[in-house]
Ligand binder design. Structure first.
Ligand code: 0A1
Ligand code: ZN
Length: 850
């Protein structure tokens, strides 16, 4: 059983393990209700650690027998594991335990999904499989035997031998227990091979249930692209004879990088033209690459403790972002990544859940797989690269792989590699890992006698537990343009280290136009906006695509904020002219144009109002945004049909960036067209679609104008046997619902016979869509809050991890008016007061209520 009173764990209390593991032999006799796990583990005292009592983690295990060096022992069982008297010398521990994977609904440890056995051990799930020092700094070499009648039996590493009803695997690379994996099921493989740069052939398999075999080709291609990229870009080759990927329907997260046996949420690996959107293809490719890249950044070099999670996650996200950028274009990718930071991470940082990229305490580590650790963690890697340059970065990474291969490392180790490889002092930079919150820059400039001066000040607002902030080391990419748009200063990396600093540029003929924070060079908010004329100029002329987009975005946001403050009206001519010019500029990538056409999100606008000290009204924001869309459709009605027609693709479908961009722009236009044509174009697109991007976008457009009922019914008929597509069907009806209907739609959908709520993807497709629809979720009577709370209370006893993650839907509560805040607090308290609430959810609710 778990400890009744969960403890807060502190980074400062870290102690090296008392006992190290040489080798681990596991035998699994699989049975749904009574799986036997036999373990034989060779321990030795850690020479670098003072002697400590011998302790093994264990939860929900029935101990059958234990022995040390062959002599039976009776360990003392505790709430979280066991202790035992052991010799002060190397010894062999053997144990047999029984577990019930069929009853495991938490989806952590060994569990079952659709008749198949699978595991999820990160972060602390291995202790639900057997007694073990379940911490990442204990690394061992595993040999695994699986006994089962199921035809496919997989574990980490290379296959050793197999026979009727059994298989053995050996993983030569020492690993922490969180990377252990086992799969047993009635599966088929999409097979391929890859030849590494050192000329070894690797067998590649994507294991699925038979009906999904036609959804594996894209993922396999993505895997091979990732393997080549890591060789070419980081010099890292794969290191086993086989690489297996398994698709699982019931999974709390996207995927897991278990050594040689990646386990994927089926939504993150299966894809084909008929069932997947361009966004799905992009996500599948990125996640496959991410998990593959973990083989070096996470597996060969792992984390000393869970406080160092960003060491593997920030770096691996940075690597998958670079991969996607290299393959499909950096400009659009950078904008997409910045949008995630601004829409999600800045929001997390501005509220009660704010925490540093490397937290210094936690109750439940599973609650720290956050956009701060992952995406802001990746931004820190990007900043390091900007500060030391491409060659310095490569040298630092080579040193990191060299020095720490086979080790469990820390952020200190990581930064030391940069310092040692490049000579840079990163003492101040390290604060980025320790200090939570989003820095705000204020910028002032002047020009005199040919000298241009830029004054930049930084300030980071207080966050929970961190009232005082120190100045950070911030790379600010700057370009200067003349009034024709030519660069008088190409992109230059300024290094802001003081609370405020002045940078000067001499010998200029005229006052230049600054382009600041190019490429989103740091995860900060530039609080001072240049005059509208300057931004319009940058939208038309900036040579940096990110800032070009951002100038347009900032104009759109200000325009919308003005309209919200005056409660509606038409967008100004300047905005519409800029949009017209961008949309019709065929020299621009359609994907880029689609991003420019996208209005700032409702959440983005609410955050901006709250930051200005105003109280956002979610319904009003929705209404004004909708008005702007209608006005825009009218003002651009002369160009929209043609533009829409231009974006229709005649050639065979390909899930690539070029076609994806065209479809994205075409579908942005379709939303506008639908404002005026009663849905005719959308209906035609729906009827004729030969791929999911087009079909789903058309359904969305129809639902948005209240004419989607028939199409939704047809969509359900067509896809009722495809669980991944059905998730989209659930989600889009809520996402596209009018504000006053979203909660009722969600409630109605929870009563649908296909609402299999115990499946995390299905649960998220409804409850995630609801909390992501601000105007619907924040309905004034609190019905949205109550519905979400009801369902979270219901899910918690079965699946605390997904429940806890979804409680974050209530983040942002402080932004809204007192009545809404009171209603949200009431629901959070109702959740908190639930008998037997999990530690995971308790921690999240407590933080939100602070
Ligand atoms: N390491 C995985 C994410 C992951 C984390 C926790 C999980 O279960 C609690 C599952 C997956 C990744 O970064 O992809
Ligand atoms: Zn990861």
């Amino acid at each position: 059983m778990k400890d009744a009173a969960p403890q807060t764990i502190y980074l400062a209390d870290y102690m090296a393990p008392g006992w190290l593991v040489e080798s681990v032999h596991l035998t699994f006799r699989l049975a749904p209700q009574a799986t036997r796990v036999l373990s034989r583990i060779a321990f030795r005292p850690n020479p670098d650690s003072p002697r400590q009592p011998f302790f093994l983690h264990g939860e929900d295990l029935r101990l059958i027998a234990a022995s040390i060096d062959g002599t039976p022992v009776t360990p003392q069982l505790t709430a979280t594991g066991l202790t035992c008297d052991v010799p002060d010398a190397p010894f062999v521990w053997e144990a047999e335990v029984e577990i019930a994977p069929a009853d495991n609904t938490v989806l952590e440890g060994l569990y079952m999904s659709n008749g198949m056995y699978c595991t999820q051990c990160e972060a602390e799930g291995f202790r639900k499989i057997t007694y073990y020092p379940d911490r990442p700094d204990v690394m061992g070499v595993y040999t695994v035997r699986i006994e089962s009648d199921l035809p496919v039996l997989l574990s980490n590493g290379n296959p050793v031998a197999s026979g009727d009803g059994w298989a053995e695997w050996h993983d030569p690379w020492p690993k922490p227990s969180y990377l252990f994996a086992l799969v047993a099921g009635d599966l088929v493989a999409h097979h391929d091979t890859f030849t590494t740069m050192d000329d070894r052939t690797v067998d590649l398999n994507i294991w699925v249930r038979a009906p999904d075999l036609d959804k594996c080709g894209f993922g396999m291609g993505a895997l091979k692209r990732a393997m080549i990229w890591d060789e070419q870009t980081y010099g890292r080759a794969y290191d086993l004879d086989v690489f297996n990927i398994v698709a699982v329907d019931d999974f709390n997260m996207g995927a897991m990088e278990n050594k040689g046996l990646n386990i994927f949420n089926s939504s993150a690996v299966l894809a084909n033209q008929a069932t997947s959107t361009d966004a799905d293809f992009q996500r599948v490719e990125a996640i496959i690459a991410h998990e593959y890249f973990h083989n070096w950044t996470g597996n060969r070099i792992t984390c000393r403790d869970w406080f160092q999670l960003c060491l593997k996650e920030g770096l691996t996200v940075f690597r998958d972002q670079s991969f996607t950028g290299d393959l499909h274009g950096h400009a659009v990718k950078r904008i997409e990544d910045a949008l995630v930071m601004r829409n999600r991470q800045f929001q997390e940082d501005a509220g009660p859940l704010s925490h540093p990229v490397r937290p210094d305490s936690f109750v439940e580590i599973n609650n720290f797989y956050t956009v701060t650790v992952y995406e802001k963690g990746a931004e820190l890697v990007g900043m390091l690269k900007r500060l030391v340059g491409d060659d310095g970065y490569r040298a630092a990474l080579d040193l990191y792989f060299d020095r720490h291969d086979g080790q469990a490392a820390t952020i200190e180790d990581w930064l030391a590699c940069f310092t040692d490889a490049t000579g840079r002092d990163l003492t101040q930079f390290k604060r980025w890992y320790e200090q939570a919150g989003t820095p705000r820059l204020t910028v002032r400039d002047d020009f005199k006698d040919g000298t241009y001066s830029l004054h930049i000040a930084q300030e980071t607002p207080p966050t929970p537990g961190q009232p005082e902030k120190l100045p950070l080391h911030i790379p600010v990419a700057l370009g200067l343009l003349d009034d024709t748009g030519a660069e008088v200063l190409p992109t230059t990396m300024l290094e802001l280290t003081g609370a405020s600093q002045t940078f000067t540029f001499d010998n200029l003929a005229a006052r230049p136009i600054p382009s600041i924070l190019r490429g989103f060079s740091a995860p900060v908010i530039v609080a001072s906006t240049p005059p509208a004329g300057e931004r319009a100029f940058l939208l038309a002329h900036d040579t940096d695509p990110f800032n070009r987009w951002d100038a347009g975005r900032s104009l759109a946001r200000d325009m919308l904020l003005d309209l919200i403050r005056q409660d509606g009206g038409a967008p100004d001519a300047g905005y519409l002219d800029g949009l017209r010019a961008t949309l019709t500029d065929s020299g621009l990538d359609p994907a880029f144009r689609a991003l420019v056409a996208q209005l700032p999100s409702e959440t983005d606008l609410a955050i901006a109002l709250a930051a200005a000290g105003e109280t956002p009204d979610p319904l009003q924001i929705h209404r004004v945004r909708q008005d702007v869309r209608r006005h825009t459709a009218e003002a651009l009605s002369d160009i929209l049909p043609r533009l829409y027609a231009d974006m229709q693709i005649q050639s065979p479908f390909a899930p690539d960036a070029l076609q994806g961009g065209q479809r994205a722009l075409g579908n942005a236009i379709l939303m506008l067209l639908s404002e005026r044509d009663g849905g005719a174009a959308a209906q035609a697109q729906f009827d004729g679609a030969d791929n999911m991007t087009q079909q789903l976008a058309a359904l969305g457009a129809l639902l948005h104008i209240g004419k989607g009922e028939d199409a939704a019914a047809r969509f359900h008929d067509q896809w009722q046997d495809d669980r991944l597509v059905l998730n989209k069907w659930f989600g889009i009806q809520i996402t596209m619902a009018a504000p006053e209907e979203a909660v009722d739609t969600a409630a109605r959908l929870t009563r649908h016979s296909d609402f299999l709520w115990k499946n995390p993807n299905r649960f998220r497709s409804v409850m995630g869509a609801l909390s992501a629809h601000p105007a619907g979720f924040h309905r004034a009577d609190g019905a949205g809050y109550a519905l979400l709370a009801d369902w979270l209370i219901r899910l918690d006893p079965l699946n605390p991890q997904t429940t806890a993650r979804m409680v974050a839907g209530f983040d942002g509560l402080r932004r809204y008016d007192a009545d809404r805040q009171a209603l949200i607090r009431r629901e959070l308290r109702r959740i908190a007061d639930t008998q037997g609430l999990s530690p995971d959810t308790t921690e999240m609710v407590t933080r939100l209520l602070q």
